[in-house]
Design a protein around this ligand. Sequence first.
Ligand SMILES: Nc1ncnc2c1ncn2[C@@H]1O[C@H](COP(=O)(O)OP(=O)(O)OP(=O)(O)O)[C@@H](O)[C@H]1O
Ligand SMILES: [Mg+2]
Length: 395
Amino acid sequence: MIPLELSAVEPLGKLIARPWADVVTGMQVDSRRIEEGDLFVAVGGGEDFIEHALARGASAALVPTDDFAALAAIAGAVRDRSSARIVGITGSTGKTSTKDILFALCAPHRRTIANEGNYNTEIGVPLTICRIEEDTEICISELGMRGAGQIAWLASFVRPDVGVITNIGPAHLEFLGSIENIARAKAELIDGLPPGGIAVVPDEPLLEPYLTRSDITVKRVDASGPIPFETSYTSKHQVQNTLTAIAAAEVLEIPLPETLNVEFSKFREEERALPGDGVLLNDCYNANPVSMRAALEHFVVRAGDRRRVAVLGEMLELGPGAPEYHREIGAFVQELGIEHVIAVGELARDYGGDWVATAAEAAERLRTELRPGDAVLVKGSLGVGLAVVAENLTA
Ligand SMILES: Nc1ncnc2c1ncn2[C@@H]1O[C@H](COP(=O)(O)OP(=O)(O)OP(=O)(O)O)[C@@H](O)[C@H]1O
Ligand SMILES: [Mg+2]
């Protein structure tokens, strides 16, 4: 982190500082991650860990008056001291993937940092911004959205130069009520751009009402185009993410590679071999109607001639339209002719196939049904806890 004077932190709460410290050189909210010189911010009543943080070498600890406001202020102060180009990425699906791809494009050419894993909240985003060093040239930060105003808040201290929206779809619908409201919430990123900023957006009519600013440049991504290089991954839904990342890379004047190798964040379509040339696609980190369809399509292609067993968890946070979205997935599963479905969780009854209540039962069911050479997809909302199904299988 760019060294930050303690005087910038002091007004944010109760500050406990080493007598010799006048700056902090990192920020953490987990005392186990503290390195020499860091600031420990005791969010969520983490006062008990202050001693641990100081023992690990923290220069100071802060008990914030307001957790999110303090993290935002610290991140904002670091951002102010940086001349890096800051890229904010939001959208209904594909934020983390697009971040991973854009990082892979930028890192060989510029000193680049990007958020770890899925860090995209009021806590995760400040942690990313606080990794900016004096010589950082590009910082890529995913911005999550679970309700109106969240992107506006995150953008207020990230102050992105480039705002990327991957797509608009029915995710977190229960908090926003309609797809138009989702588009409006994502568009807070466009409002948050400075004059001269650049918006990279999908060809999406729902966003058009928000693209009227004359002091920014709007770059529309044509998601139908071919990818102009080889990639280490093949799934169809990564085409949109890749073309979006390419558009952002072009804005940043990054030359494109001949081949691109991307290390995707955890639980996104992790692939494992199973006995008898079987294959497991583990995609249990999130699920909404768009990503569920994409995962199923990819599964069918990847499975080839293998017998297909799909363990599908319910899709959470969809609001009153949830049953209909689940019925649609059920119809799609049938259309694809997937041989065996294990549906997990109440709403998942509409997927058809075998139904079980919990991830543990799904793991048990799968173990009895699985044959050598099968292709298995595990996909569902994080809250369904399907990670155990995949672990069970590969253990
Ligand atoms: N462009 C896309 N279109 C459809 N599905 C996609 C797309 N990109 C990713 N997915 C699917 O959505 C899942 C989540 O992808 P990713 O983690 O990149 O999204 P995210 O927007 O970061 O999600 P989160 O809201 O959890 O942060 C992937 O595992 C994949 O199955
Ligand atoms: Mg994400």
